[in-house]
Design a protein. Structure first.
Length: 318
């Protein structure tokens, strides 16, 4: 077409772009295992129940709208088609009004997982379809690679596992929660045997025992709170018995696997938060934003071609 008597000028235009931001580590319904207590409905909205042949066998954590983090030792010889993932669940029997479930599309276990030493006990599950977040189903934040968890850091563990060795959680199978302090790796190796706790692991438990994860809790999250955000520090992995004195539970250290998680997910990444006792609560990251969606304005440089009968817009840069 013709562009007679055309004037060319540069102009700027504010364009509102809708941007989805992953908000992790928020549990609006949380007012605040072995030795544990019943968790109120919605307290741990990232908690996942893994089922095979209709029965719970391991836990996990929702880390974005389509990926679940769990333990590799839960999945030997397990096919994706045999799994069912439940989210928003509180009890293993009866009705869970806020529950949804998904099949599993893909299982990714760490290629260096060692079933004898328990090293690299980590796996990812890709859900068959994405989930929508609400007060009962939300992702947890993950500890970033430079996170520090000093001895004594208060951490919450959750699951539907045995209430003591060989004793199943009684009906109706309510999700259990309890708090345990971090035990540093040097002390943990002294207690459990030199070299048994690698740098890819972390420990938590009471010297006197009485509180711990147990069979059936495997793959579930251990979460301390930083400011107003829950950050997953560990994945329930292994231990000697359950809640014995001087025998802390051992957890896969999530912060050691930021690159592995990122490389395997590729996009739609989970929220990573650097946990440290020195972090100031006045400095907020995206994890502190109040909702799942925000609008930003970008200045778009436009070449405006003005003629007597038209105005054409050419975006030349963002």
């Amino acid at each position: 077409r013709k562009h007679e008597d055309k004037t060319v000028l540069m102009c700027s235009l504010f364009l509102p772009l809708q941007v989805h931001i992953l908000i992790c580590g928020q549990a609006p319904l949380n007012t605040r295992i072995v030795g544990g207590v019943n968790a109120p409905d919605g307290s741990w909205p990232w908690q996942v129940s893994l089922h095979r042949s209709g029965y719970h066998f391991c836990g996990g954590s929702l880390i974005n709208n389509e990926w679940v983090l769990t333990a590799a030792h839960c999945l030997p010889g397990v096919s994706a088609s045999s799994l069912r993932v439940y989210l928003g669940r509180r009890t293993q029997q009866g009705v869970n009004a806020n529950e949804i479930s998904r099949n599993v599309r893909t299982i990714i276990t760490h290629s260096s997982y060692n079933s004898f030493t328990h090293d690299n006990d980590i796996a990812l599950l890709r859900l068959s379809s994405t989930v929508t977040f609400n007060n009962y189903i939300r992702p947890v934040c993950l500890a970033a690679q430079n996170s520090v968890f000093p001895s004594g850091t208060s951490s919450w563990i959750t699951g539907w596992g045995d209430v003591q060795s060989g004793v199943s959680l009684p009906s109706p199978g309510i999700l259990q929660e309890t708090m345990v302090p971090v035990v540093d790796n040097v002390q943990c190796n002294t207690l459990l045997g030199s070299g048994s706790v690698t740098s890819n692991m972390m420990c938590a438990g009471l010297t006197q025992g009485g509180k711990d994860t147990c069979q059936g809790d495997s793959g579930g999250p251990m979460v301390p709170m930083q400011c107003t955000v829950w950050v997953q520090s560990g994945i329930t992995s292994w231990g000697y018995g359950c809640a014995h004195p001087n025998s802390p539970g051992v957890y896969t250290s999530v912060s050691r696997y930021q690159s592995w998680i990122t490389n395997n997910i590729g996009q739609n990444l989970p929220g990573f938060v650097t946990f440290s006792p020195s972090n100031s609560c006045s400095t907020k990251s995206n994890s502190f934003l109040p909702n799942l969606m925000t609008y930003i304005f970008v200045i778009v440089s436009l070449q405006c071609e003005v003629s007597h009968n038209s105005m054409d817009y050419l975006i030349t840069g963002l």
